[in-house]
Design a protein around this ligand. Structure first.
Ligand code: COI
Length: 356
């Protein structure tokens, strides 16, 4: 499919790198493609970022068929533009699509479209330390209909946003509140997908946690409310007695690409890791016995984010010495080193724009 280009004649003023926060600014152009039942994906175009025209009966507005992804483009010191495991993001978009009855998108087509958009927008990719261009591919159902059924038409859009750190804390540790009332996911549900619904469901817990002065929520499993699942926008890791453990992919948590990269990097360094059920009791006991050496979250937006404490039902569980742990700092440096082209990419994770 040839991508039509409709370029703006009034480009925006770019923000200074020092003004970048997460997700506030958008580049001049986006990628947009339509799906119609019986035709498939059609009419791909790169077009100015502008409001969408949607029927008030568009199915996404009523029944929530919406999925998204998050990845980043990095500007290396030698000027190359690097993507980190982009195929894995589009593969995961298709996993989410399958669960939400949304049509698949060919991964080569999606990646080709993204690269063409990035070629158009590469002047927007910031170069200062800790900044990048966040890439938000998403799909919404836009058939105008009120009967509950699988939509017969969709829009696939890729939006770009130059960003700074997700948390204002940066690499300073965040404080996390364990949610004991609301749940995020149950087995058989959509917890493993990046369905927009997962994030809508999380807002109540986030509001509660932030009201108590915490940065994020730690979710427990939806059945027994005993096992740790994930933090609002991150997967979670604990270093207990020398081993780094993270909740197994139970179907209720997101298969984070940063999570997988962290496990592989730790394995390569010879640090013992385990993916298994982790009960909150185990974390509390380890904390009280002084064996909870580190905890951190991982995610595209959050990168590696050290955690200094967990608050649960009136109790505070302190992690290590309260500062960013040695493993968290090492992982952050190693991962961002690969993403920004400063470290050797032994896993073949990085893809350069233009193949350079
Ligand atoms: C990401 O890390 O890309 C995410 O999807 C988190 C986002 C909801 C801010």
């Amino acid at each position: 499919m040839t991508i039509k280009k409709n370029l703006t004649d009034s480009p925006k003023t770019k923000p200074a790198d020092s003004d970048l926060v997460f997700g506030k600014y958008f580049t001049d152009h986006m990628f947009l493609c339509e799906y119609t039942e019986g035709i498939g994906w059609h009419d791909p175009e790169i077009t100015p970022v502008a409001d969408l025209s949607l029927s008030p009966a568009a199915m996404v507005l009523h029944y929530g068929q919406a999925i998204f992804e998050g990845l980043k483009a990095y500007r290396a010191e030698d000027g190359r533009i690097l993507l980190f495991r982009p195929r894995d993001n589009f593969a995961r978009l298709n996993l989410s699509a399958a669960r939400l009855c949304i049509p698949n998108i060919d991964i080569d087509f999606a990646l080709g479209a993204l690269k063409e958009l990035l070629e158009t927008e590469k002047a927007w990719i910031p170069g200062s330390s800790g900044t990048s261009l966040y890439i938000r591919p998403f799909v919404i159902a836009d058939e105008p209909a009120l009967g509950v059924h699988i939509s017969r038409s969709y829009k696939f859009i890729i939006l770009l946003s130059p960003v700074g750190p997700y948390y204002k804390e940066g690499l300073d540790p965040v404080r996390i509140c364990v949610e004991d009332e609301y749940v995020r996911a149950v087995r058989g549900g959509v917890g493993f997908t990046k369905a927009a619904a997962n994030y809508a469901i999380s807002l109540k817990g986030q509001e509660k946690a932030q009201g108590l002065g915490f940065t994020q929520v730690l979710w427990l499993d939806g059945v027994e409310r005993r096992y740790v699942e994930e933090v609002g926008t991150m997967n979670v890791f604990f270093k207990i007695g020398g081993e780094v453990v993270t909740p197994e992919l139970s179907g209720g948590i997101l298969a984070g690409i940063t999570r997988d990269s962290a496990l592989k990097l730790l394995g390569k360094r010879g640090i013992p890791t385990a993916e298994r059920r982790v009960s909150l009791d185990e974390v509390i006991e380890a904390g009280e016995a002084g064996r909870l050496e580190e905890a951190f979250g991982s995610g595209t937006a959050a990168v590696i984010s050290p955690i200094s404490e967990f608050y649960y039902a009136g109790r505070t569980v302190r992690v290590g010495t309260g500062g960013a742990g040695e493993i968290s700092k090492w992982l952050y440096d190693e991962l961002t080193g690969i993403q920004y082209g400063r470290r050797e990419d032994t896993f073949g994770w990085v893809e350069a724009l233009g193949g350079s």
